[in-house]
Design a protein around this ligand. Structure first.
Ligand code: ATP
Ligand code: MG
Length: 399
C-alpha cells in the first residue's frame, strides 16, 4: 500500500465529556505500546483522532495490530495533498490505485475550508469524473460502493481516505477499574475476560488448581488463555490458588449434592480476599444462566451470599453456541478444548443439586473450618504473568 498514514477514530470515548482527555491518553499509550516493534512510525494525537504516520512502513501489519486494540472504532488509510484541485485529483487516483478489488466507488467530498473555491457537490462530480476517465473497469455506486473515497478539504491541506477498517470497539483497557476473573481452562471464562477487557476493565485472573489431581498441563492452559486475553488488553496477572486441601475437605465432609455449591462458595470467599488485597473492585465468572446445575438462579443466589463484591457475569444471557463462536474469533477456543482435568471436575458428583438454598449450604458448611481453609489458600497464592512463564521456559531450555 502506498498510504502516508492511518487515521484512528475513537468511537464511544468521544461521548465521555470531561474524561475524554484521559481516555484518549490511555488509548494513545496502548497504541504506542502495541506498535512499538514498528520503529518507523510516528503517532500524533488530535482532538478527534490519532494519526499514525507510516514513514514507509507497510500499512497492513500495522492495521492488523490496531484492530485488536479496544477503544478504536475504525481505522482509515489516508494520504495528504495540497489544497488545489490538481493535487486532489492526483491524490484520489493514487488512492484508487492502492486499493484492490474495487469495481464500484463513490466520492464523498467535504469542504471544511469555505475559502476553497469548489463546493462539496461540485468536488464529488469533478473527482468522480476524473476517476471514471482514468481508472478502467470501475463504475459509480452511491449506495453500496466497494470503496468510498472520502475527501476532506482542510485549512492547510486535504486529507483523502482509502478503505475504512472496523476497530474492536469498546473502551481503552484500564479506563474502567480492575476486576478479578475466575478463569478456568474452559471455553466460557476466557470469553468473559475478553468482554470485560473490551469495556475497559483491567483483568486479573484467579485460577484454582488441585495438584496432584490437576496437572501442570491444566495450569499451562490457563496461562495460555490469559496470554490471549492479554493480546487485546493490558497485562493479565494470574493468581494461582492451591485448592487441594479445600477440595479434599469438601469431599470428606459435605453431602454429594451440595459439593459444587460449597466449592463455589469457597472459591468466591478466597477470590474476594485476593481482590481486596490487590485492589480489584469486582469478581467475574464465565457463567451463563441455566447452562449447568451450578448456574441456575437458585445456585447463583446461594453462591453470591458469601461476598458483597459485585459479581460480573458477562455471558449470563448468551447461548453456548454464541460463546463458542466468540471464543473462536478471539482465538481461545482451540486452547480451551485441549483435554485437561479441572479442579471442578475431580471429586464432584455427576448430579449436583440444581436448586441449592442458602440455609442448607450454611448448615453443611459448619462441618468445615471455613476461615482456616480460606486463609491457608490465600496465603498459598502465587501471582504470575504469561510473560513470566515464557521466560521460565527459556531459562529451563538454557540449563
Ligand atoms: P468455563 O468454560 O469457563 O470453565 P463452565 O461452563 O465449564 O465454564 P463451570 O465449570 O461450572 O462452567 O464454571 C463456572 C465458572 O466458574 C467458570 O466460568 C469460571 O469463571 C469459574 N471456574 C470454574 N472452575 C474454575 C477454576 N478451576 N479456577 C477458576 N475459576 C473457575
Ligand atoms: Mg469449566
Amino acid at each position: 500500500m502506498i498510504y502516508d498514514y492511518l487515521v484512528i477514530r475513537f468511537g464511544e470515548i468521544t461521548l465521555k465529556g470531561k474524561n475524554k482527555k484521559d481516555f484518549v491518553l490511555k488509548l494513545e499509550n496502548d497504541v504506542r505500546a502495541k506498535l512499538s516493534r514498528f520503529t518507523k512510525l510516528d503517532v500524533k494525537r488530535h482532538f478527534d483522532d490519532l494519526e499514525i504516520h507510516l514513514n514507509g512502513e507497510d500499512a497492513e501489519p500495522v492495521i492488523h495490530v490496531l484492530t485488536r486494540i479496544f477503544g478504536i472504532q475504525n481505522i482509515s488509510t489516508a494520504i495528504k495533498v495540497e489544497n488545489n484541485l490538481d493535487a486532489i485529483r492526483a491524490g484520489v487516483l493514487r488512492v484508487m490505485g492502492a486499493e484492490k478489488d474495487v469495481h464500484t466507488f463513490k466520492i464523498a467530498a467535504r469542504r471544511k475550508n469555505k475559502q476553497f473555491p469548489v463546493h462539496g457537490s461540485e468536488l464529488n462530480q469533478e473527482l468522480g469524473a476524473c476517476v471514471l476517465k482514468n481508472c478502467e473497469g470501475v463504475s459509480v455506486d452511491v449506495h453500496h460502493p466497494d470503496l468510498t473515497v472520502r475527501v476532506e478539504v482542510g485549512y492547510h491541506e486535504t486529507r483523502i481516505y482509502g478503505h475504512e477498517y472496523d476497530g474492536a470497539g469498546g473502551l481503552p483497557v484500564g479506563s474502567s477499574g480492575k476486576v478479578l476473573l475466575l478463569l478456568s481452562g474452559g471455553i466460557d471464562s476466557p470469553v468473559a475476560g475478553y468482554l470485560l477487557a473490551k469495556r475497559g476493565a483491567t483483568v486479573d485472573a484467579i485460577h484454582f488448581q488441585s495438584p496432584p489431581y490437576t496437572s501442570d498441563r491444566a495450569r499451562q492452559k490457563v496461562i495460555d488463555l490469559a496470554g490471549k486475553i492479554e493480546s487485546f488488553g493490558g497485562t493479565v496477572r494470574i493468581h494461582i490458588v492451591p485448592f487441594t486441601k479445600a477440595q479434599l475437605a469438601i469431599r470428606d465432609q459435605i453431602p454429594e449434592d451440595y459439593r459444587v455449591t460449597i466449592m463455589r462458595r469457597l472459591m468466591f470467599r478466597i477470590a474476594e480476599k485476593e481482590a481486596q488485597r490487590t485492589g480489584a473492585l469486582a469478581l467475574a465468572t464465565g457463567e451463563s444462566l441455566g447452562q449447568v446445575a451450578s448456574q441456575t438462579m437458585e445456585s447463583m443466589n446461594t453462591i453470591n451470599q458469601v461476598t458483597n463484591l459485585p459479581i460480573l457475569r458477562p455471558l449470563i444471557t448468551m447461548d453456548k453456541i454464541e460463546i463458542a463462536r466468540l471464543a473462536k474469533k478471539i482465538d481461545t477456543y482451540d486452547i480451551s478444548i485441549r483435554p485437561y482435568e479441572d479442579c471442578c471436575t475431580i471429586f464432584l458428583p455427576k448430579a449436583p443439586r440444581t436448586r441449592p438454598d442458602r440455609i442448607h449450604a450454611a448448615r453443611f458448611e459448619r462441618a468445615l473450618d471455613i476461615d482456616a481453609l480460606v486463609d491457608e489458600a490465600v496465603r498459598g497464592i502465587v501471582v504470575q504473568t504469561a510473560a513470566d512463564e515464557n521466560q521460565k521456559d527459556t531459562f529451563n531450555q538454557l540449563l
